[in-house]
Design a protein. Structure first.
Length: 114
């Protein structure tokens, strides 16, 4: 599985997952911080990357609309800051590492909750 981490996540998470051998990039790097949600979602789809985000309110409807139009997406991995506090990224790093080790295929047209 390939991931794109949304901009609410610090680069440290991406760097550690890359160090562990995973194909993970950050919105901070590509397509860039401040990019509208629609463009981030389209970028993730074009790149074949599941989008990891806390922004369920905005991104879930984008995924639903894409499917309703007969198109596909590369998956959403949804999290919450309550379960994965941003000031303690170690637990989220370990959870994403486990997900990436266990799941070899992209979660096409689906969502996963961590």
């Amino acid at each position: 599985m390939r991931l794109l981490l949304d901009e609410m996540f610090p680069r440290r998470i991406v760097e550690e997952l890359q160090r562990r051998g995973h194909d993970v990039i950050s919105v901070h790097d590509r397509p860039g911080s401040g990019t509208p949600d629609e463009d981030v979602f389209e970028f993730a789809t074009r790149e074949g990357r599941a989008l990891v985000t806390e922004n369920v309110r905005d991104l879930r409807p984008l995924a639903t609309a894409r499917l309703a139009a007969g198109n596909h997406h590369s998956g959403l991995v949804l999290t919450t800051p309550r379960r994965w506090p941003r000031d303690k990224p170690g637990a989220l790093i370990d959870a994403l590492d486990a997900l990436l080790r266990e799941t070899t295929e992209q979660p096409l047209d689906s969502e996963l909750w961590l």
